[in-house]
Design a binder for this molecule. Structure first.
Ligand SMILES: Cc1cc2nc3c(=O)[nH]c(=O)nc-3n(C[C@H](O)[C@H](O)[C@H](O)COP(=O)(O)O)c2cc1C
Length: 309
């Protein structure tokens, strides 16, 4: 084990036994009397990213927290990603003191709460407000149908009794996992432009990295530095190898060499999938020969579908 020493994982292993980089997220939820509560969280990760009916995040949290109790009751929350700024981090740590009520922690809070997109679109319903200082906000609804978590209710603050769920709802006496369906994403206009028109070194948001609660005294967070780009290696396949993959498909649809040449940048592992997609389109459109014209149509259709998702 050249240079390494074994470390036994302990409870909260991501911070007691590892250096683990995490996001800094303020989760806004609704109290039972309709106020917005802010709780700082870092164990917030993408969960369903493709191939399902919806996209989702996973949140891991203490089940007696205001956030968990509010999600159990109203199912609604917003994930507010705050930029790197010492005063925001200080305030997030203040708001992370376990056991403070919403009124206690929201008194003098430096963040500005405003209506989100869901509130704007649906005036009759009540939604948690969102944090104006965030560079992006994801409005979510807890999917309690997964892992049969529909029966999980708020109200128990000194330890839930089992049986526990495996991955959604109340998962241990003091723990909860929430699979949060993404309802919408709100992006600061500047960074909306970066995502849509292309990122450069200097148009990323100032994203802090949280290293968690360490040395039983401090939370540690690193400052933003401009990210470095690294060019993807160019690994073009040849038209011959694309043709070889196309010939192996069980179909009488054919491709011209010019059409196949448009696929030389597709990584080999995705080639059968992409070719099958083209063939499916051809069969649905009564086409027997795919030329660059049809390829362009297929590409346009694909980007339109991506945009509408
Ligand atoms: C930066 C930061 C990140 C945190 N991340 C988490 C987390 O991912 N999960 C968790 O259960 N508690 C986390 N905590 C602790 C919670 O913030 C704490 O339990 C707080 O009381 C929750 O607020 P709430 O009761 O208003 O939800 C974090 C605290 C800080 C300061």
């Amino acid at each position: 084990m050249a240079g390494f020493k074994e470390l036994n994982p302990k409870d909260n292993f991501y911070q007691t036994s590892l250096f683990y980089p995490m996001p800094l997220v303020l989760i806004t939820t609704l109290t039972d009397d309709g106020k917005t509560n802010i709780g700082p969280y870092s164990l917030v990760f993408p969960y369903y990213i493709a191939g399902k009916e919806y996209y989702a995040f996973l949140l891991l949290c203490r089940n007696s927290s205001n956030t968990a109790q509010n999600i159990l009751r109203s199912k609604k929350c917003a994930l507010n990603f705050i930029p790197d700024d010492k005063k925001y981090f200080k305030e997030a740590v203040r708001m992370g003191w376990p056991g403070d009520s919403t009124d206690e922690k929201m008194k003098g809070c430096i963040f500005t709460l405003v209506d989100g997109l869901r509130q704007e679109k649906n005036k009759e319903e009540k939604y948690p407000k969102v944090v104006k200082e965030a560079f992006q906000v994801v409005e979510c609804t807890w999917d309690d149908s997964l892992d049969n978590a529909e029966g999980d209710k708020p109200g128990e603050l000194s330890g839930y009794k089992g049986p526990f769920h495996n991955f959604n709802g109340i998962t241990s006496p003091y723990g909860a996992h929430f699979i949060l369906k993404i309802d919408d994403i709100m992006m600061d206009e500047k960074y909306w432009n970066s995502i849509v028109n292309g990122v450069k070194k200097n148009n990323f948001p100032r994203v802090p990295v949280d290293y968690g609660y360490r040395d039983s005294k401090n939370f540690w967070c690193s400052s933003h530095k401009a990210p470095n780009p690294e060019l993807l290696p160019v690994r073009e396949t040849t038209v011959d190898s694309v043709r070889y993959a196309a010939k192996r498909l069980q179909t009488d649809v054919e491709f011209t060499d010019e059409a196949l040449a448009m696929l030389v940048n597709v990584p080999r592992i995705f080639l059968p999938l992409v070719l099958k997609g083209c063939v499916k389109w051809a069969e649905e459109n009564g086409c027997k020969l795919i030329t660059p014209v049809e390829m362009k149509e297929i590409n346009d259709k694909r980007s339109k579908e991506k945009k509408n998702k």
